[in-house]
Design a protein around this ligand. Sequence first.
Ligand SMILES: [Zn+2]
Length: 314
Amino acid sequence: MGLSNGACTSLQELAPGVWAYLHADSGWGHSNAGLVCGGDAALLIDTQYTPAMTRRMAAAMRDAGLPAVTTVVNTHANGDHCWGNQEFSGAEIIASKATAEAMPHDFPPGMMRKLLSDELAGTPAGQYTRRHFGAFDFTSVVITPPTRTFTGVTSVPVGSRRVVLHEVGPAHSEGDVFVHVPDANVVFAGDILFADHPVMWAGPLENWIAACDQILATGASRIVPGHGPVVGPDGVHYFRSYLQHVLAALTERFHRGMPYWAAAMDIPLGPYEHLPLRERLVATAAATYHHLGAPKVPPAEVLDRMAQASPDAS
Ligand SMILES: [Zn+2]
């Protein structure tokens, strides 16, 4: 079943009582969410990037006759997955301990507002941020932390059914979690799965590859990425191969002494050439080089290098 709300998002029932809220645009900030319903209870997987976007999502769910959210799970600390938490003040909010620790520091709303300000409008980072994040209104975001944290694996009841949360970070971010709904054969992968080039803030890539294996080990037939359309296991295999390819190519260039930003744009992409947002490889390369022994690159420099590598940089 698919319901379009006319705003480039749709609500799809993947299995009885298991819904995906999907963005047609898989780019920066357009993150998917999910709702698992059991009786009068409902567990939301991820909010949207802003309170207004989150209210639109909640309205779409209400219009579809779905129960009100009683539990929120944040798959990780990036704002596009948790900056709508404030809209669910009566609900329990669950995240991994590492995600809870990262949440106040993860490109905070004040930094985003500064990057979007006139002051930085002439810089590559300011221009890149305007192009990709200028449509989002961060003015009313209040970072709202989880009410419960966990490490490892935990099971959460939703009415008479249960979902299982698997902590698999650090991979894309410090505290990544994917959500398995065993009775529906569905996984909500958070940003362990992307349709476009993924961006790695934490890593190492080996952990991310292992996280893909853990998703595949659930035997789920439908997997909802953090960004992009719903896929089957073949989609996870494809993405895993991408990560392996990038790991090998970056490692080889690291040992050759090529700078991370040059390596990101140098590696041959073969079957992945068509994927949008190649410049994200700059961040992935910076993190990978750090795991190989190079100094950690400050986030501001990563953003600057990424902006300069963007094909539409002026
Ligand atoms: Zn995301």
